[in-house]
Design a protein around this ligand. Structure first.
Ligand code: ATP
Length: 134
């Protein structure tokens, strides 16, 4: 019986995290997904949100956006478009991205890609929320 989860978070650019943890909460497309060792295997798509992982009493958070998570009895493998730990987030950059996205969303321009602007806004808001904790 596995009593730990090997959590791996990978983006197309880099390995963001590889750590043995006790619990992971994934921002799944259908809602939060709590994973403990010996969880039933599954694959879930990810939304833009906060992934939480716990080691003993210590809880850590991370921004993830897009991609999917694969869960096995002793591991959680996350393959995400972007992923950042709080200390890696540049809050001012996120604030600028937020302002740009909000401007685009309120511009009603014919050539505005609203879906893209909405995604950028959501990422910026999560980054701003997490940057304080970095
Ligand atoms: P920006 O316009 O500021 O580049 P963006 O929304 O275009 O933001 P993304 O497409 O979400 O950025 O991410 C592109 C890359 O930049 C990813 O590797 C992501 O981790 C990194 N990144 C984006 N914003 C930040 C930030 N505020 N702090 C740290 N890394 C960031």
């Amino acid at each position: 019986m596995a009593d730990k989860l090997n959590l791996e978070v990978i983006t197309p650019e880099r390995l963001v995290l590889r750590e043995a943890v006790d619990e992971v909460v994934i921002p799944g497309l259908g809602g939060e997904l709590g994973i403990l060792p010996e969880h039933t295997p599954l694959i879930s798509q990810l939304q833009t949100g906060i992934l939480v992982y716990r080691k003993g009493a210590e809880r850590q958070q991370m921004h993830v956006s897009g991609g999917f998570a694969e869960v096995g009895p002793d591991r959680v493998s996350v393959l995400s478009d972007v992923a950042e730990k709080p200390e890696e987030i540049d809050a001012e950059r996120a604030q600028r991205a937020r302002e740009r996205a909000e401007k685009r969303l309120s511009s009603r321009g014919e050539d505005t890609d609203f879906q893209r602007a909405e995604l950028k806004l959501q990422r910026a808001l999560i980054r701003i929320q997490l940057a304080d904790k970095g």
